[in-house]
Design a protein around this ligand. Sequence first.
Ligand SMILES: NC(=O)c1ccc[n+]([C@@H]2O[C@H](COP(=O)([O-])OP(=O)(O)OC[C@H]3O[C@@H](n4cnc5c(N)ncnc54)[C@H](O)[C@@H]3O)[C@@H](O)[C@H]2O)c1
Length: 258
Amino acid sequence: MFSLKSKIILITGGAGLLGSRMVKIIQKQGGIPIIFDNDQKKINELKKKNEKTINTVYCYKVDITKKNQIKKTVNSISKKFKKIDCLINNAGFNPKLGSKKNRFENFSLKQWEKEIEIGLTGSLLVTQEVVKKMIKQNNGNIINISSDLGVIAPNQFLYEKNDKKPISYSVVKHGIIGFSKYLATYLAEHNIRSNVLCPGGISNNQPKKFVKKIKKLIPLQRMAKINDYDGIILYLCSDYSSYMTGSTIICDGGRSTW
Ligand SMILES: NC(=O)c1ccc[n+]([C@@H]2O[C@H](COP(=O)([O-])OP(=O)(O)OC[C@H]3O[C@@H](n4cnc5c(N)ncnc54)[C@H](O)[C@@H]3O)[C@@H](O)[C@H]2O)c1
């Protein structure tokens, strides 16, 4: 249904948990996924998994906080594929839990800057370069990955005293929504759309105690399965969403509803 035939789709953080799932479903629908990731080990694992698929996944080791690396790579992709249809700003910093250092009163400026740099500045730098190409094409589609924690605060009862979600996560994820809305209005005249997906937490071997508690916060009483976002990702990447821009799609099992 959601054909992505020959669509060139750039995914930042494409070697991670959600990114590698996007690669798989985009390939399945005939799209051509290109990933930017700075973790060579994860890139190698992704390539290995994709050895047998018909369409190749094009992997680039790029640090999205480094302007020169981004510029060079976006230029060479644009030369090779002649277009970039879609950009998915998915890369994010996965905060290490279980550290006193994440408590607000202890949170270091260094860590704050690092997380903002990956989550917000990285999206800015990649989008700036890609948008230059999209403006020339007079066509483009940007999908920004936020979180349920982009629209609600972390429920502090979910976390142990020294195991808090850092404030940077809330700031980045709320910020991504503003970033996306700004782009939607700024780029509309160039026929470039921008939307946000706010996924809820994906089940991924989290401690049993945590899962038991988080389930109680979710009306559907479970964490997301990795394939729960397939339909939304394909919809947003495809022309079926052609009249959608500036939107925030929340898919969180209902967590943010009550
Ligand atoms: N997993 C979840 O439960 C969940 C829930 C809500 C939102 N999200 C959001 O979804 C997105 C993907 O999350 P995930 O769970 O797949 O995380 P992940 O850690 O598995 O993947 C993130 C990827 O980004 C890459 N990355 C980090 N810094 C980078 C940099 N400077 N340059 C290039 N690549 C970089 C990492 O190497 C990694 O492959 C994130 O934005 C996250 O906040 C995830």
